[in-house]
Ligand binder design. Structure first.
Ligand SMILES: NC(=O)c1ccc[n+]([C@@H]2O[C@H](COP(=O)([O-])OP(=O)(O)OC[C@H]3O[C@@H](n4cnc5c(N)ncnc54)[C@H](O)[C@@H]3O)[C@@H](O)[C@H]2O)c1
Length: 250
């Protein structure tokens, strides 16, 4: 069985992606700092007879990611998919955001992608090739005043994705980014609560999109699954908007 490693897998987009990759035949290695959420995911997968293992690790940490990849090596199966979905956000105007928060966001959102992609590369190369998918955001392209460090991290992910794609294409490794619009996850719900009444903001957010509704994590997971599959064999260095038409608006 081929291995798919998914970060941020205890919640939201990463969680649904880990389940979807397992449903599509991978052995999913689900990584997160949230041990409770990760164990619940592993139990849900077990009950559904899916091959999924939860590993607790901080994906922004050099040593912890070293341990993670040492473990992945012991599995002795080819690593052919990596999905970087771990991410955090702080919602405020730039002048109110501390340097510590800026550093934390860049570390978790961007440094983690650097570490994970670089450490996965030799395993993928040995496996004869594979696909990496980095979860960026519509904020990499069009943003607002309240998420400046997050926007910087997502712009960084998109640019890094292009550079890695060029570097590793001839090694059989494709690297793409997915740019979700508003997706109903705990992270999005927390953002809504930061700006007003959660249900009112949810309705407004959906109504502003061409499709007239907020997206669901499975709608990102399906695109990630496609990008990791042979059907996307000529795609690399791409940024795929999955935003319900959000950025189609003037
Ligand atoms: N939900 C949206 O509307 C939306 C839109 C655009 C992009 N995104 C991106 O999608 C990704 C997933 O977001 P989500 O909405 O599912 O959020 P979420 O909060 O539901 O899930 C994020 C997960 O990442 C984990 N995580 C945080 N720091 C970590 C670390 N250092 N090491 C390992 N795991 C860590 C959290 O514990 C959590 O389980 C993020 O990168 C986010 O920026 C989300």
């Amino acid at each position: 069985m081929e291995l798919a490693l998914i970060t941020g897998a205890a919640s939201g987009i990463g969680r649904e992606t880990a389940l979807q990759m397992a449903r599509s035949g991978y052995q999913a290695i689900a990584v997160d700092v949230n041990v409770d959420g990760g164990q619940k995911l592993a139990e849900e997968a077990r009950q559904a007879d899916l091959s999924l293992t939860f590993i607790s690790a901080d994906v922004s940490d050099d040593q912890e990611t070293d341990h993670l990849f040492s473990y992945v090596r012991t599995l002795g199966a080819p690593l052919t998919a990596l999905v970087n979905a771990a991410g955090i956000v702080v919602f405020d105007n730039p002048e109110n955001i501390s340097l510590a928060d800026f550093d934390r966001i860049i570390r978790v959102n961007l440094r983690s992608v650097w570490l994970m992609c670089n450490k996965a590369r030799p395993l993928m190369f040995e496996a004869g090739g594979g696909a990496m998918v980095n979860i960026s955001s519509v904020h990499a392209w069009a943003t607002d005043n309240l998420v400046s460090p997050y926007t910087a991290s997502k712009g960084g992910i998109s640019a890094l994705t292009r550079s890695l794609a060029i570097a590793w294409g001839r090694q059989g490794i494709r690297v793409n980014a997915v740019l979700p619009g508003p997706i109903d996850t705990p992270l999005m719900r927390a953002n809504l609560r930061a700006v007003g009444d959660e249900e009112e903001e949810y309705a407004k957010t959906g109504a502003a999109l061409a499709l007239g509704r907020v997206g669901q994590p499975i709608e990102i997971a399906h695109v990630v699954e496609f990008l990791c599959s042979a059907k996307a064999s000529f795609m690399t260095g791409a940024e795929i908007l999955v935003d319900g038409g959000m950025l189609a608006h003037a």
